[in-house]
Structure formats: C-alpha cells, structure tokens
Design a protein around this ligand. Structure first.
Ligand code: ADP
Ligand code: ZN
Ligand code: ZN
Length: 726
C-alpha cells in the first residue's frame, strides 16, 4: 500500500504530494500524522490518501518511518476542506491542514494536565501529632479531597509527612482544562415567539441550504440559534457556532453554557494552548458536540454536522487577513454542503453581498421583525458639526451631546462614547465645509500618503496633489485624519471631573483578561463613561447604558474602500444597539459633517432596505463586488528590486490572460501597496477586477501564474475579494 503525503516544510513553496510506501507492520490511515524521510532530513507529513498503486517508480519510493498518533488527527471532512481551500483561496495545503489542528500539535509537545487528590489510607489513630490528626479527621469526613484544598486549610508539611509515611495516598487524575468563566447570566425560560418558532422550524427542516436570518439587534436571533442546535443534538448530530472574535463576550459563553453545559466547547484566542487542546480533544472524542468560537472554529474536528451558524455575518473578521487567507462563509458553505446541513447567517445588518444573494435566489431570507422585549430601538439624533463650528464650538463634542451627557450622569447612568478609528487610512477634510477629496474615476476617498505627501486612490493608483485650500469653499483649514481615544479621554476628564472614564482600544486590550476586567469594572460603576473603538460596538449588554455618543461617524465613511458606506451603516446600527437595553430608554447622538448623507439617514431610521437599494446601485454602476470579482495579488519581500521584478513578471502574465478574456476585465493595475513597507518587507500589489461570468476560469489561471514564483525570499499571496487593502 502507498500513502500520498503532504510534507510540513515551511520554507519551501512545495505544493506537491509525495508517495511513500506503507510498511506492512503499521496501519496507516487517511488523516494520519507520520514521520517520513525527505531529502536528507526526517520530516512530519500528513497522509491525504491511501492507495494500492503509485504512479511513481516503486523501487525509488521511500517508506513511512512511523505514525505519530494513535488515530488520525484529520477527519475526512477536514481533508476535503483543505483541498477545497487550495483550489478556491490559493491556500497551501499544509497551511490549510494546520488550521484543522490545535496549534500546539503542530508546534510541539502536548502536555496533559492533572489534578491531585488525597485520601485516607489508615485509621485516624495513626496520627503522630495534632496537626496530622486534623488532616486525617478531615479526610475521614470528606473522603477523597483535592490536594489544594488540604493545603489551603492545614499544614503543608504535615500533609507531606503523612504522604511520605503512607498514611495518606496521593492520586493523580487527568483533567480537562475547561476554560472558566466568571460571568454568569440568569437562566431564563424563554418561550419562542411566532417569528422565532417559524425560523427554527424552517432551518431545522432543511438539508443543505443557506439562510440569511435578518433581525434587528435584540430580536432574538441567538435564541433561534440555540433552539436549532437543541434539535440538531437530539438527532445525534453536532453543530458549529461562529461569532466574531470581538463579540466572544462572557455573556455569550454564559448563555451557551446555560443552554448546553459541557456539550459546548469554546475555542477563542484568550485560551491557553493547553485549554485549547483540551477543548479540541473533547470535540474530537465526541464529548462535546457544539463548537463555539471565532472563525477558525469552522475547522473544528466534528463529525456529522447538523447546522453551522455564522452570527454577525457581515463582520469583517470572517475574512482572514493573514496567511492563510480565507472567507469563513465560503468554507462554512462547503462544509454544510458535504454534510448536507443548513448554514445560517445571522445579522441585523447583512452584508451587501449576502443580501444580494437573497435577491438572486442563492440564499433564503428569514426575517425577525420585532424586538423580543417589545421595546423600541433607541432614538438616533444626528448633529451637524459644521453648524457647531458656526456656533463657535470647535471642540470634538457637540453642545447637544454634552447636554445629554450631563443629564445621563446626573441620573447616575452610564454613557458610551464610540470612536471610529480603524486601520491605516488617513484622509483629508476641509474643516469649514466638510469637503473630502475623492478619486475622479472611482468615487472613493483618497488616502493621504505622508511619505511622499500625495493623495492616492487605492483602487486605480491615480495620484493627486495634496490640498492646501479647499476647492469647494476656499478655506485653508484642512484637517488630517482622525482623533484618537486618548485625546478624547483627556478632553472628557476636563469636562466630567471625577466621574470614572474607562477606555478600550487596540492599545489597552491586547490582553483578553485586561479587556474583560475593564468591561466588568465599567459594568459595576455608575455613573461612568466607557470610551472605545470598534471593540465596544458589539455584543455587550450593559443595562445601565442610556447614552451613546458617536463622536466621529464620518471617519469610516471616508475610508478609501468601496465598503466604506456599508461599514459605517453597520457600525452605527451596532453601536446604537448598546443603548437602552433594559427598562430605561436609550439615546444616541451621532456627530457628523454630512448630516444629509444617505448612510446616516438610513441608519438613523433603521431602514436597512433603503440602504441596501442605494448601495447596490452604486456597486453596480462603479463595478464593484458583488458584480465583479476583485483580486489582489500581494508580492512581499526584503529586496525591493526583486519584489518589483516579480510584480512585473506576474503583471505581464496576467495581461496575457486579459488578451484572451479582454471583455471580462474591468480593471488591472500594478502598484505599491498603501503600506509600502511592513515589518521590513517591501509590498507591491496587483489589483484586478473581473466580471463574474468567466471569473472562475480566470482566477484559476491567475493562481497558476502566482504559484510559480522563481524568486527565493519572495512571497506571493492572492486575496480573493480582500476586506482590507493595507
Ligand atoms: P439578538 O441575538 O437578535 O440580538 P437575543 O437572542 O440576544 O437577540 O435576544 C435579546 C434578548 O431578548 C435576550 O435577553 C433574550 O434572552 C431575550 N429574548 C429572546 N427571545 C425571547 C422570547 N421569545 N421571549 C422573551 N425574551 C426573549
Ligand atoms: Zn481611482
Ligand atoms: Zn471647504
């Protein structure tokens, strides 16, 4: 017998499978991790196929040295997913395989963890001192007790002596490092309303199909997921529940633990390697049957999947931006397909792409029209910041907001201030009239490049001179980019005196524990204010928050990104959803220089449909997804000249493809990336937009070109419809 093996070598660009002879004394299965000779080294490999014949000359084939685990690490579904990713996302097989394993397996030895217990091994009268007697009496009463427990109550040295003399025995028991959760939520007995019941019914009845569950925040989508999963478990199947990393809040865990206890395994980035491994093993052994976690949880080792849920499906984090790059939706869809089970995409603000698929009939729409608690959504009030300037207020807070803030704090309630700051982008804006320069060809905001003091379009590389005076009103007061959280906090402290102000942003919450701690402190402190970026926008449920301020709504509107409007709309909806979640009414103050912009009009009236109509028309007119496929080829390396030459080579080859498919190309251009250097590497890109009709064929040809990189030390990535163009 022969095995087809993927070799785990990270430096090489190998995508080849190698055949090895399976020695007659070991049984090798598909999915096994094995040790094999490779060149003059010994390498780890993964068996992707076992077969009776090899197309290579058998006498030249080497043999597998040994199997590394008692059973295959990769499931059959895992392997199919890996091949799918290789084909559709330009993912290297080995990188895809690693996504399916807990990181600890690929990086080193797994240590199992033990709990120590002690129990009595004699009569209590054997005690040699009063201290020993205390311990023996305690053990007599309580039987087998955790060693830690004894250590915390009695003399450690006495226990040690007792163990040494055999009067007390020490026993070790393997423990699952199940992540602890300090948060609890009250268990509620919920009777689903008619809309929810119908949703659960439709999803549970379905085989392979994608449902878009569209319901405002608080409409009870999570209850729908929970009830669908309950049905799935009854049929002895398993479930995957995906949430954006950022909204993996303690509340969410607690709700799932309440509903499913140990049947749910939780995988997120805050876990230690050991915890991750144990949770993963619980899934693999079938002890846990629900995998709850961020995007990589779609690779959990589950068999017989009955439903896959992607909550907040519009969230950008479902697109993996670092290698390997993939779209969680597409992976989940393939997985649903091979398991013939439904895929549920839930959101209050579905992505334009997903909603378009409802219109084309590819997805089925399920709507939840009402909030489960029958409460109105908070009122969103738009404040015109240009008017503020004219009134003489040049601060970052409007009079309206300060007024509401004062009232909120007087009522001993809480406020959240949302700062819209994200990523790389900086733009220019006229402080007098709000004018923002845009690309004449693409109608997206231009990015300010400090290094060469130019404005550039990300989509077509057109360059423009930096403004010194506003072409619209002639003013020379031009603002560069956004304000940061720190400045806001400083400003705020001057205004509110000693009211506690908490801050959460990328700088303060690298550490998950810190993050949770800040949230907990905020939760307990009233009155108080929480200032934060995107990470406070989602999932959190604070009963006493009655005011939300969006200080700088326009920032994301001016990202040089065709999704800028969509992101802004989503953010406002999400952030607003933080206010007035309990009995108290909530209010949202949205500050903008463009009070009449359709994004704000639609968001403030919670009118998703109107927004969708405007947005989809724009996408069609300007040839952006979902009407075209957009690809970015990223060429990265230390030596700029080599990077440039490689870019040139690929660019020329793609131009060759364009000759055959000339009417399919909307756009093809090579340029330096907006972030030209990152971590010592130079970065060039080729941007491509092609109509959907022949896109599959063209993309596959582009992949082929990009696979043959001759240059050493240069990496080529292809991103299919990238979310973030830095
Ligand atoms: P979503 O996920 O759409 O934001 P949730 O499922 O979190 O909504 O529900 C919002 C709140 O309403 C939660 O506190 C939930 O417990 C409650 N809830 C949901 N469905 C019902 C129901 N049918 N009856 C009573 N309360 C409900
Ligand atoms: Zn342009
Ligand atoms: Zn102006």
């Amino acid at each position: 017998m022969f095995a087809s093996v993927v070799i785990d070598v990270s430096t090489s660009k190998l995508e080849k499978l190698f055949d090895y002879v399976i020695p007659s004394d070991i049984q090798v299965l598909k999915g096994d991790r094995v040790l094999v000779p490779f060149g003059n080294k010994t390498c780890i490999g993964y068996v992707v196929d076992v077969k009776e014949t090899s197309s290579y000359e058998v006498s030249k084939l080497k043999s597998i040295i040994k199997k590394l685990d008692s059973s295959p690490l990769l499931t059959e579904d895992n392997l199919r997913l890996c091949f799918f990713m290789q084909k559709y996302f330009f993912t290297r097989l080995i990188d895809a395989i690693k996504l399916c394993l807990p990181p600890i397996v690929t990086s080193g030895k797994v240590k199992e963890s033990f709990i120590e217990f002690v129990r009595l091994n004699t009569d209590v009268l054997a005690a040699k001192s009063s201290k020993q007697l205390e311990i023996l009496l305690y053990l007599k009463e309580y039987g087998r007790v955790r060693k830690e427990d004894i250590l915390s109550r009695f003399s450690p040295s006495s226990l040690k002596t007792l163990i040494k003399n055999g009067l007390v025995v020490l026993e070790k028991q393997k423990q699952n490092r199940t992540p602890q959760n300090s948060f609890t939520v009250e268990k509620k007995d919920i009777i689903l309303n008619d809309e929810q019941q119908e949703a659960v019914g439709r999803i549970s009845k379905s085989k392979y199909n994608t449902f878009l569950l569209h319901g405002v925040t608080g409409s009870g989508k999570t209850e729908v997921y929970i009830n669908v999963i309950k049905k799935v478990l009854k049929e002895n199947k398993t479930a995957i529940m995906l949430v954006p990393e950022i909204s993996l809040t303690p509340q969410m865990f607690a709700r799932f633990k309440n509903a499913f206890g140990d049947t749910v395994a939780i995988l997120h980035s805050g876990l230690t390697q050991g915890e991750k491994y144990d949770e993963w093993m619980r899934l693999k052994r079938g002890e846990a049957r629900i995998a709850l976690g961020a995007r990589s949880c779609v690779f959990a080792p589950l068999k017989n999947i009955g439903v896959i849920v992607i909550d907040e499906e519009h969230d950008g984090s479902y697109y993996s931006e670092s290698n390997p790059r993939f779209h969680t939706h597409e992976v989940a869809r393939f997985l649903a397909y091979i398991n013939s089970c439904p895929l549920v995409l839930g959101s209050a603000t579905p992505s334009i792409e997903s909603f378009y698929k409802v219109k084309t009939g590819e997805y089925s729409l399920i709507k939840l029209q009402n909030r489960a608690n029958q409460k109105e959504l908070p009122n969103i009030e738009i404040v015109d910041m240009l008017l503020e300037i004219r009134k003489g207020n040049v601060n970052m807070f409007s009079y309206r907001f300060l007024n509401e803030l004062e009232k909120c704090l007087e009522r001993k309630e809480q406020a959240m201030i949302f700062i819209n700051r994200r990523g790389y982008s900086s733009f220019l804006m006229c402080k007098e009239c709000g004018y923002v320069p845009k690309c004449e060809d693409c109608d997206v905001s231009l990015v300010y490049h400090k290094e060469d003091n130019m404005l550039k379009c990300h989509y077509c590389a057109r360059r423009y001179k930096v403004l010194t005076t506003c072409p619209k009103c002639g003013s020379s007061s031009i603002r560069y980019g956004a304000v940061g959280t720190q400045r806001i906090v400083e400003e705020l402290k001057k205004i509110v005196g000693d009211v506690p102000v908490f801050r959460l942003d990328n700088d303060t919450s690298k550490d998950k524990k810190e993050f949770v701690k800040t949230l907990e402190s905020f939760n307990k402190t009233s009155p108080s204010i929480l200032v934060g970026t995107q990470m406070i926008a989602k999932g959190h449920d604070f009963n006493n928050v009655t005011l939300v301020g969006i200080v700088d709504a326009d920032v994301s509107l001016h990202f040089s990104d065709y999704r800028a409007c969509e992101r802004t709309f989503n953010l406002i909806t999400q952030v607003s959803g933080r206010a007035g979640r309990s009995e108290k009414e909530g209010k949202v103050i949205l500050q903008t220089y463009f009070p009449k912009h359709y994004v704000y009009r639609c968001a403030s009236t919670y009118d998703y449909n109107a927004f969708y109509k405007r947005e989809i028309k724009m996408r069609e007119l300007s040839h952006f997804p979902p009407f075209v496929s957009m690809l970015r080829v990223l060429i990265v390396g230390e030596n700029e000249e080599k990077v440039r030459l490689e870019t040139e080579r690929i660019f020329v080859s793609i131009k060759g493809i364009r000759e055959t498919f000339s009417s399919d190309f909307v756009y093809l251009q090579a340029m330096k990336c907006p972030k030209k250097r990152l971590q010592g590497n130079f970065r060039y890109e080729i941007m491509i937009r092609i109509y959907k009709k022949n896109s599959e064929e063209i993309i596959s040809q582009i992949y082929d070109i990009c696979r043959i990189t001759k240059e050493n030390k240069i990496s080529v990535f292809v991103e299919n419809d990238p979310q973030n163009l830095s």
